[in-house]
Design a binder for this molecule. Structure first.
Ligand SMILES: [Cu+2]
Length: 200
């Protein structure tokens, strides 16, 4: 690498650093975010492909992020590695004895990630729902109309606090449409719901 290129690379790093410090200052003054930890993780993982939140990231201590990092998307978009999905190579349908695990992130705003999920007809899925951010969420799953109506008796886990993970296992033995939602007051209306498509 030539000296000129090195200089250019250094300049870019300085600019990135200044931007991140600025963003960190904004976050630190914003009580609803993780502040330093969030950006510490981002800086650590940049340039390593998967693993924005890798070793020192916000979730590093709890092991949930492992080596790959929840925020591994190149553009910084939250992306969970839930393995092969129906129709993809290597897909293995979940069964009652061995449910397929799908990780879902609730928050930090009024949203779930992912917001669309596909399952194979008859599959048993264990949803592992983790709340990011200070709001407490719930996760209800079932037929779309029942979930939209917050119907009593629907499968759900409630009171999922910040950084908590709760699991819910559900078998999709119909043709759908299915949905999932958070019915903490105001959350559904703010958009905290998603769809589950049955394939096959
Ligand atoms: Cu919620």
């Amino acid at each position: 690498m030539s000296g000129r290129r090195l200089g250019l690379a250094g300049l870019v790093l300085v600019i990135v650093g200044v931007v991140l410090i600025g963003a960190g200052a904004v976050l630190a003054s914003y009580p609803q975010t993780g502040g330093q930890g969030w950006f510490g993780g981002m800086v650590g993982g940049q340039g390593n492909g998967p693993g924005m939140m890798g070793g020192q990231g916000m979730m590093g201590g709890q092991g949930m992020m492992g080596g790959q990092g929840m925020m591994g998307g190149p553009g910084g978009n939250p992306r969970l590695d839930n393995g092969p999905q129906p129709g993809e190579q290597g897909f293995a349908a979940g069964t009652a004895d061995a449910p397929r695990v799908i990780q879902v992130i609730a928050g930090p705003g009024y949203a779930f990630t992912p917001s669309t999920i596909s399952v194979q007809r008859g599959e048993t899925i264990t949803f592992q729902v983790t709340t990011m951010g200070p709001l407490v969420h719930e996760f209800m799953v079932g037929p779309g109309d029942a979930v939209a109506a917050d119907q009593a008796g629907s499968a759900e886990v409630a009171d999922i606090g910040m950084m908590q993970t709760k699991s819910l296992t559900y078998t999709f033995d119909g043709s759908g449409p299915y949905a999932f939602a958070c019915h903490v007051p105001g959350h559904y209306e703010a958009g905290m719901h998603g769809t589950i498509t049955v394939v096959g």
